[in-house]
Design a protein around this ligand. Structure first.
Ligand SMILES: [Mg+2]
Length: 266
């Protein structure tokens, strides 16, 4: 990423699994990068397929500006000590139809299971093909996706789960709503970047002209219809830290550019 681009970036939208994490853990370098970004006035918004319950914790206790969860179903941000919540619309029979899908997936695709974090979800059904089960092959992942789609649901493949839901939303749409409704300004794709690693990040890779992938994104290229403009040398959380280092190296730290910090009053 050229310096002329890097110095304009004010907001970093970042996936969590295999982008902020390496082998399932957030390495110290990635967590420190979040703090360095905050101190230098870059707003980091986590954007994930992970459940609402996780997002509530992340938004409260991590040095981030907001958390978009369940693939864009919701956004939580701590503002003046309270969690502000945005939710996408969904059909009233969504829960009943997802229950039918759950039964059919478990019957039709041996080896998968309902994701361990399902109890903390509000909108979607997550099917584990890699996290706590032996990794399933591409054919099995396709069959899981097919069951969701045959019921009219949207299905997205992350690096560990297939997530499916009813409702017209995705990660990008909720990031745009967060920017407009919480910050009060439209999302400017030229002054922001997205960092991700897998096929469920494609709407973000397509939208942000300066999107970044961590090195492990390369294993998913055959399942992606849009690719990031830049790729780190390192994988996972170390790759995220490398990207943040690059942005901060070129950042001109002027006092008036600091993000107003009213999210952590203590
Ligand atoms: Mg990921």
């Amino acid at each position: 990423m050229p310096a002329s681009v890097a110095r304009r970036i004010k907001t970093v939208f970042a996936d969590i699994d295999d982008t902020l994490t390496t082998g399932g853990l957030v390495p110290a370098a990635a967590y420190q990068a979040l703090w360095r970004a905050r101190e230098r006035g870059i707003a980091v918004v986590l954007v994930t397929g992970r459940p609402a319950g996780w997002c509530d914790h992340l938004a409260r206790m991590w040095p981030v500006a907001a958390v978009v969860g369940e693939n864009g179903a919701l956004a939580f941000a701590l503002r003046a000590g309270k969690i502000q919540r945005l939710y996408a619309d969904r059909p009233s029979d969504a829960a009943r139809k997802l229950e039918q899908i759950r039964e059919q997936v478990l019957r039709d695709v041996p080896g998968c299971k309902v994701a361990a974090d399902q109890a903390y979800r509000e909108y979607d059904l997550a099917i584990d093909f890699c996290e706590e089960v032996p990794r399933l092959d591409d054919d099995a992942i396709d069959r899981i996706v097919h069951v969701f789609e045959s019921h009219g649901a949207t299905a997205k493949v992350s690096s560990i789960h297939v997530n499916g839901w009813f409702g017209e939303f995705d990660k990008l749409m909720m990031c745009q709503r967060w920017s407009a409704e919480v910050l009060g300004c439209p999302l400017d794709a030229r002054r922001a970047t997205f960092v991700g690693d897998s096929p469920n990040d494609v709407p973000m890779f397509r939208y942000f002209p300066h999107a970044c992938g961590v090195a492990n994104v390369k294993q998913w290229v055959h399942r992606m219809q849009a690719l990031p403009a830049y790729v780190s040398r390192e994988i996972g959380g170390e790759g995220f830290a490398e990207i943040m280092d690059h942005l901060l190296k070129h950042r001109v730290a002027l006092p008036h550019q600091r993000v107003r910090d009213d999210s952590h009053p203590a």
